[in-house]
Each structure stands twice: as structure tokens, then as C-alpha cells.
Design a protein. Structure first.
Length: 559
């Protein structure tokens, strides 16, 4: 190992003391809604005190820390993270093994070299005037504070400054200040204080208030998936985040930033499981409207539609589910059967479409290459939109048998015969999956409208037993309207947002908070922005639990 690597390793290990990726332990005991009053809505659930950055967060954080114009893109070669649930930002589920440590090291060395080889990039980080010592001291204090999301301690300033002073000996071909910056960047980007989000505040009682800089970091990673900017760090320094009005003002400012648009898009992209859109492929003999660029248009439609509803119209969940328009290009217009717009435009899709789940991306991704797939369409809506508790499918479950020769049957008829009333699949399929899935039968395997299947009329009507009672609908458009007015839908959506913004799985402790936010979404038609603001303004977001829940109360629960 080179002198430089030994020096860096020792420095990083010195900083690592006290950082362990585990849940903070304490006296076990129930803190759920069943054991206390209405104030439980404000309680936080236990989570890791040192969650690790996801690869997405690492990309955003390095871009913002180094003041780059674009994300580095280096995490594509990292050991992949395995998401523990719907979303990819549960840092308590991530660890660092030898391979990932090496990935971080390579990325740190690459970025440090690139920055110090680019005069403009270096100038964005280091003062232009002064002695080498004063320039490096200013860099260490400012860069370190932004990397660690808090002011450095005197000891950290001394140690990082000492490391930077050795840069000239390790990189003699560089200007001494640039050499110091290079080795400091290498070290900081491998520090646990950068790669993790420590919440080490202490206090008496339960819950424990987050320290101002910890709250700033939590807020920034919630709304931007990245580090705090200078304004947010300044608000933390001034104590502004300890005040309800101050916290809300910062959150509103942050939601107006383009990084919040990206965050809202990322949430819905994962909620829709839109990564599957890229895999859509169809034979042009059966689907002449398909071409290889269509999947990319599907992804863009979902993101642009969500952005239009949330940020242009200040809309809420009901609009996401029922809006009779979308934002499309000429590619998509061919499938929808509407006039082609110039570029990307908001276009009315008429009475046959409503919101996200009649867009061709969802419909095509939840289909086979030739047929619709009511079962997978129904499973997705049950799990992601209604939070229905579907058990895992049985091992070696038989596939759908082919149609009987010489007897035309719709796909719905074949599925009903195999999984409907009177069959072994009646409980889950007949009562939960099939009724939702059949609502989408007017849309073929590419998402085109159709009136017939195998020459027979399509029947998209059904009845679904919501918690509030049975609701009938004629098709997917009516189903969308029904779901937009169901409590279960709004509770599921609010709970999904809590998981994403809080960066952890939902638990029973969250039930009353989720209900409060969901009720505002349903009864007051609160916008998505309002829902986000309510969740980050809650005391549950501003505090951490001092105790650890028993295993049975930390499991994911339905609303």
C-alpha cells in the first residue's frame, strides 16, 4: 500500500469511531398507538442513528459538495444496493463491505484528480487569493462543514488541515494548494461523516430532539436527496429550524428548487415501478405504433405528468389518479390515438383515460408481449395504491391454461375459470386481484384502447370490497374515481410518502400521523406539496426515538 493510501486509511479510521450502522438500542417497550393517546401521532419510530447514503444520494451529494454541473455518474460501477422495500433510500438497510469501500475509494480518487486538474472547478472550492496556508484553511473549514453537514470541531480542522499540508509532498507536480485540496477531497469523500448521516444528539426522555444540523441534514436528504445548501446550514446555525414557522419556510423554499422536482419524480417513479418501462418491447407486426424509443417516452410521460400535477397545478393524489390529460410527445400520441403535439405538451386524452394508471407506460409494463396481464396490473394497484395485504403467491403455482380450441374466450373468462369463484385462487384473486385487474381490460398489451378481446366484447366492470364497503365500477376510469375518494388510498399514499421522506419502513407508531395527513388529503383535498410539508413539519420528523420497539411492532403494516 502506498504512503498516500496508508495516510488516508489512518485518517478515515480515526474519524470512524462511534459510527456503527445499527439501530439505537434502549429499553424495549411498546410505543404504538394502542398504548397511548392522540399525542402518539407525533412520536418517531426507531431507526438507525447512522443511515448510509444510498447510491442516488451519493451522486447528488458529491455533485452539490463539489459544485459540479452534473452528477458524477460513478456510482454505476458501485456494488449495487438492494432496496429493502418500495424505495431505494432506506439507509439503515445498507452496509459497507470491502468491495464497496474500494468503490468509494476509487470514486474519491477520481473526483479529487478531476477537480484539481480543472482550474474552473478548483476555483469554485478554494479562495483565489492568500497564502497556501490561508487558502487551505478556508477550504478545509468550508468544504468540511458542507461535507459533514455541520461545522467541524477544532480537532477535525487540525487533523484535516494537517493532512492537506502534506499534499505537496504526495503530489509534487501540483500547485501546493491544489495538492492539499486533492488529498483532502480524497479523504473527506471516504469519511463516515460524509458516507453516513449521523444523528448522535442525546437528551433525557423519549423522544429526543434532533440537533439543528442533524435536522437540516434530515430535511435536505428528504426533500433533495442531497446535502444541505448554504442557506439551510445558515438556518440551522441561527436556530431557525427549531421554530415551526422557520422549518416550514425552509421546506417551502426547498420545494421550489429543481432538486425537489427531481425528488418528487423519483418517488413516483419508484411507486409506479417505472424502471420496468425500459424493458417494454413489442413486435411491430402486432403493434405498429411501437418503436425502440417508445419506452423512454413512457418514462418521460410519467415524470412530466407528475411534475405538472404537483408543481404546475398544486394538485394532490386525486388529480394524480383521475386527471383526464397527460403530457405527451408524438411517440405516445400514436398509441393514444390523438393528434401529435410538437415536442412535449399537455394533451387532453378524453373520457377513456384517467391519471397515472391508464398511461401506456404502466399498462405496457404490466403486460406480456402479446396479451394484457390483469393479474399483475391488479397486484400492483392492490399493493402500491391500496396497501392491500396480499400474501406471496404459492410455490409452483400453475400457469394460466390456454384457451379451449374452437371456443373463443376473453382473457377475463380464462382467468375467472382458473382463479375465480369456486377455485383455489378465489380468496386472493377472486376477491382482491382480479376485480382491480379486470378494470384495465380495455387497454391492450401496449396500452391501446380496445373494445373487443378475441372478437368478444370487453367486460371491464367489477366490484371491490374496500374497508368502507363494496364499490362497483365499469372500467379503469371509474375505478380511479372510486379510489380517489377512498380513505384506504389516501392512507396508503401518505404512508408511502412517510417511508420515502423519513428514509425508513413504516411501523405502527406512524399510524396516527399517517391518518392525520391522509385525512387532509382526502377530506381537504390537500395537495402533494401540503402532504410533504405536513410530514416534514411533524414532531415525528424532528425527533428520534430513544427506545427500540419489540420485533413484532417494527414490521411493516398496512393502513
Amino acid at each position: 500500500m502506498t504512503q498516500r493510501m496508508l495516510l488516508l486509511l489512518g485518517w478515515v479510521l480515526a474519524l470512524a469511531g462511534g459510527c456503527r450502522g445499527q439501530v439505537d438500542a434502549g429499553p424495549a417497550g411498546p410505543r404504538g398507538a394502542e398504548t397511548c393517546g392522540a399525542d402518539c401521532a407525533e412520536l418517531p419510530a426507531p431507526t438507525s442513528r447512522v443511515p448510509r447514503l444510498s447510491h442516488e444520494q451519493w451522486e447528488n451529494a458529491t455533485r452539490d459538495l463539489l459544485r459540479l454541473d452534473a452528477r458524477p455518474g460513478l456510482s454505476a460501477s458501485f456494488q449495487p444496493d438492494i432496496a429493502s422495500g418500495t424505495f431505494d433510500n432506506d439507509g439503515s438497510a445498507f452496509s459497507v463491505n470491502q468491495r464497496l469501500a474500494e468503490d468509494y475509494q476509487r470514486a474519491a480518487l477520481t473526483l479529487a484528480e478531476d477537480i484539481t486538474a480543472d482550474a474552473d472547478a478548483l476555483a469554485r472550492l478554494v479562495p483565489a487569493t492568500g497564502t497556501t496556508e490561508t487558502r487551505l484553511d478556508a477550504f478545509v473549514r468550508e468544504f468540511g462543514a458542507r461535507a459533514y453537514r455541520r461545522p467541524l470541531t477544532d480537532d477535525e480542522i487540525t487533523r484535516l488541515g494537517d493532512l492537506a499540508s502534506r499534499g505537496a509532498a504526495l503530489y509534487p507536480a501540483l500547485d501546493p494548494a491544489a495538492a492539499g485540496v486533492r488529498i483532502a477531497i480524497e479523504a473527506v469523500l471516504q469519511s463516515p461523516h460524509f458516507l453516513y448521516r449521523p444523528e448522535l444528539s442525546t437528551g433525557a426522555g423519549d423522544p429526543i430532539a434532533l440537533a439543528p444540523y442533524e435536522l437540516a441534514s434530515r430535511l435536505s436528504f428528504a426533500l433533495w436527496n442531497s446535502i444541505p445548501d448554504d442557506a439551510l446550514l445558515d438556518a440551522a446555525a441561527r436556530g431557525a429550524l427549531e421554530d415551526d414557522a422557520g422549518l416550514r419556510a425552509e421546506a417551502e423554499r426547498m420545494l421550489d428548487d429543481p432538486r425537489a422536482h427531481a425528488m418528487v419524480g423519483a418517488f413516483h417513479f419508484q411507486w409506479l415501478d417505472a424502471r420496468r418501462y425500459a424493458d417494454v418491447d413489442r413486435a411491430t407486426t402486432l403493434f405498429p405504433e411501437f418503436d425502440p424509443t417508445l419506452p423512454a417516452s413512457m418514462e418521460q410521460e410519467a415524470l412530466r405528468f407528475v411534475d405538472a400535477v404537483v408543481f404546475d397545478d398544486d394538485g394532490g393524489l386525486a388529480e394524480l389518479l383521475t386527471a383526464p390529460y397527460s403530457v405527451i410527445d408524438a411517440n405516445l400520441a400514436r398509441v393514444y390515438g390523438v393528434p401529435a403535439p410538437e415536442g412535449w405538451q399537455r394533451v387532453s386524452l378524453g373520457s377513456r383515460r384517467a391519471g397515472l394508471f391508464t398511461q401506456i407506460g404502466f399498462l405496457a409494463a404490466q403486460a406480456t408481449s402479446t396479451e394484457t396481464d390483469p393479474i399483475h396490473r391488479g397486484v400492483h394497484v392492490n399493493r402500491r395504491v391500496l396497501c392491500a395485504d396480499l400474501p406471496a403467491p404459492p410455490m409452483m403455482a400453475p400457469g394460466l391454461p390456454p384457451a379451449e380450441p374452437g371456443r373463443p374466450q376473453t382473457l377475463r373468462e380464462r382467468i375467472d375459470a382458473h382463479t375465480g369463484e369456486g377455485t383455489c385462487g378465489a380468496r386472493c384473486h377472486g376477491g382482491l386481484i382480479n376485480p382491480i385487474g379486470f378494470a384495465f381490460e380495455h387497454y391492450d398489451a401496449l396500452g391501446r384502447w380496445r373494445d373487443t378481446d378475441e372478437g368478444l366484447p370487453v367486460d371491464a366492470s367489477s366490484v371491490y370490497a374496500f374497508a368502507s364497503g363494496e364499490r362497483a365500477f365499469r372500467d379503469a376510469v371509474e375505478l380511479a374515481d372510486v379510489m380517489a375518494n377512498e380513505q384506504a388510498t389516501h392512507r396508503c399514499y401518505a404512508g408511502q410518502w412517510l417511508e420515502y421522506l423519513y428514509g425508513r419502513r413504516r411501523t405502527r407508531v406512524d399510524d396516527l400521523l399517517v391518518r392525520r395527513v391522509a385525512d387532509a388529503s382526502l377530506e381537504g383535498r390537500a395537495s402533494v406539496r401540503d402532504l410533504i410539508l405536513a410530514l416534514v413539519a411533524s414532531p415525528a420528523f424532528r425527533t428520534r426515538a430513544a427506545t427500540e420497539l419489540p420485533d413484532e411492532t417494527t414490521m411493516e403494516v398496512a393502513p
